[in-house]
Design a protein around this ligand. Structure first.
Ligand SMILES: Cc1ncc(COP(=O)(O)O)c(C=O)c1O
Length: 342
């Protein structure tokens, strides 16, 4: 099964080419429990210094342009990687970008905010807490109405770029991974990643369901999402439903997604989204010293803590291969409080 879509697709979603694909699949050291880790370097997707959102934005921006939009509006926490990458996408495609962020405007922009400003986006600060996503989404809707009234033709992107269209990017990533496993002659038992708005998870689940529907049941790795936000950890969004929607947009409305396809480990978030944990700080140090990988405290560090924790608990048999999808997050290390104590 080559490329993002198999023969039999009835509709080809609009796509803007923004990411450098395929991203590398690297082998790493053994984890506790004699499990070999492979790292899918989606931190190297290229767009605006990289990260998982480049894959989603290819389809979201394709849809925006197809629908005649002239501006993009999205939303996130103060140090949102998604917002920074949307800013970069807008610059590349000639679309004005508005970002609705938590917190107050700082005196000096750092990390993702610095980059978003550099890419020419307009930053709108709401004063909201980083984990109060409902409040942020209401502010986004208000701004979209205002921009529409001003004739800016806005395309509105929810938090994390998580829609059935955005998740197409990770349906494609699953296909890309399966191709890479074949080339490397490896059969991983699991694909592990950090999940916050659920779109990366839904796309991977959709890709796996697509393969299963084509009779490829023998070599299918489990998708293990490590929840790093309260919403996903409480089942919002419904990842199985989102995966079904993604398959429908891709032209596979009849492919079945079972509730058991959605596997989520909620033990690694700590007290809340974007609140650091000791486990994540230790995982950041482990990954930096074993593979030179740079993880962040909100997403990939907590995801990797989940990978290390599950390996230590013996979730996978000795000698297994397990893939960690490195979803990015590097710029946040350069914001206040973004780096673990050294
Ligand atoms: C670095 C990083 N990793 C993981 C995620 C989680 O991806 P998703 O929102 O698709 O669950 C995000 C989302 O913002 C992110 O920025």
């Amino acid at each position: 099964m080559r490329g993002a879509y198999d023969a039999g697709v009835t509709n080809e979603p609009a796509r803007s080419r923004l990411a450098t694909l395929p991203t590398p699949l690297e082998t790493g050291p053994d984890l506790p429990g004699d499990v070999r880790v492979w790292v899918k370097r989606d931190d190297l997707t290229g767009l605006g210094v990289g990260g998982n959102k480049a894959r989603k934005l290819e389809f979201l921006c394709g849809d925006a342009i197809a629908s005649g939009a002239r501006s993009l509006v999205t939303v996130g926490a103060a140090q949102s990687n998604h917002c920074r990458m949307t800013a970069a996408a807008g610059t590349v495609l000639g679309l004005e970008v508005h970002l609705v962020l938590s917190g107050e405007r700082p005196e000096v922009a750092t990390g993702n905010q610095l980059l978003s400003t550099l890419f020419g986006a307009q930053l709108h600060f709401t004063g909201a807490e980083p984990s109060h996503w409902g409040e942020l989404e209401i502010a986004r809707e208000g701004l979209v109405e205002q921009l529409a009234a001003d004739g800016a033709a806005p395309y509105s992107i929810p938090i994390g770029g998580t829609t059935a269209i955005g998740a197409l990017g990770y349906l494609g990533a699953f296909v890309e991974l399966m191709d890479q496993f074949e080339t490397a002659d490896v059969q991983p038992v699991a694909i592990v990643h950090a999940s916050s708005s659920g779109g990366t998870h839904a796309g991977l689940v959709a890709g796996r369901a697509l393969y299963r529907s084509r009779g490829r049941t023998d070599r299918l790795p489990e998708i293990l999402a490590i929840g790093v936000a309260k919403g996903v950890n409480h089942g919002i969004p419904d990842v199985a439903d989102l995966a079904r929607g993604t398959l429908a947009v891709a032209g596979f409305p009849d492919v079945e997604v079972e509730p058991a396809d959605v596997v989520l480990d909620t033990r690694w978030m700590g007290s809340d989204y974007a609140v650091p944990t000791d486990e994540a700080d230790r995982a950041i140090g482990w990954a930096a010293r074993h593979g030179g990988w740079v993880l962040d405290r909100t997403y990939s560090g907590k995801g990797f803590a989940g990978l290390l924790g599950n390996a230590a608990e013996g979730r996978w048999p000795g000698g297994s291969d397990v893939v960690f999808v490195h979803t990015g997050g590097l710029p946040a290390l350069f914001a206040p409080g973004g780096a673990p104590p050294t």
